[in-house]
Design a protein around this ligand. Sequence first.
Ligand SMILES: Nc1ncnc2c1ncn2[C@@H]1O[C@H](COP(=O)(O)OP(=O)(O)OP(=O)(O)O)[C@@H](O)[C@H]1O
Length: 239
Amino acid sequence: MSLLTLDRVSKSFGALKVADAVSFEVAPGEALGIIGPNGAGKSTLFNLITGNIAPNAGRILFDGADVTRKPPMSRVAAGIGRSFQIPQPFSHLSVFENLLVAANFGGGHHGPHAAALCMDILERTGLGGVADATSGGLSLLQRKRLELARAMATSPKLILLDEIAGGLTEAECGALIETITSIHAEGTAIIWIEHVLHALTSVVERLMVLNFGKMLMIGEPDAVMASPEVKEIYLGIDV
Ligand SMILES: Nc1ncnc2c1ncn2[C@@H]1O[C@H](COP(=O)(O)OP(=O)(O)OP(=O)(O)O)[C@@H](O)[C@H]1O
């Protein structure tokens, strides 16, 4: 059984088709990477999955239910968590408080249980030492970790990661990969949009290529990257 199914999902902004009959499935616990040139429609695909935008056609199924017309909050409650390309913490709150907000409102966790859950997630995401720090003062790596932690605080079955490795040094990127790998190993499914290809392929089992809103290819990462069509799209781009 698949955890997430997109069935011929299409979306246009005026004359611009940003999702063109996209169909794919993600199995429970699977990690899928998404690559594609700027403007290919990758973030739009996430917005369709989270319910932030509605498709013009097609269906989205999650965990056995049709969520195509469901609002974002009910999809979070169903188990779809998300990190954003640009970290968006409440900068005046502490790291712990930021997580508690996500656990309360996104995950429906309350009281001592929510606090214990948040402390556990902070440890697992490498933020245990800065729980009481104001999130506005965090380094870029810590802010990326907090994005990951906030997505996890909603107890997701599926986490959507949007360019979480961008802007990090090699060492920082390696540290973040370790954390993402451990979350994946615990059984959480992941869909990860990323331009840092080596980070992506060190975690995902399958890779999808989007171009002009169309799914060009999906499959085992090495096979996808070896395809002449994919090579042509990335010609001259250091991936
Ligand atoms: N709300 C919107 N209204 C109109 N056009 C939009 C809207 N959101 C996105 N677009 C356009 O849709 C196209 C796809 O955008 P999207 O952000 O999904 O691409 P992307 O693959 O994530 O790109 P990047 O790698 O640069 O983040 C772009 O041409 C963008 O300008």
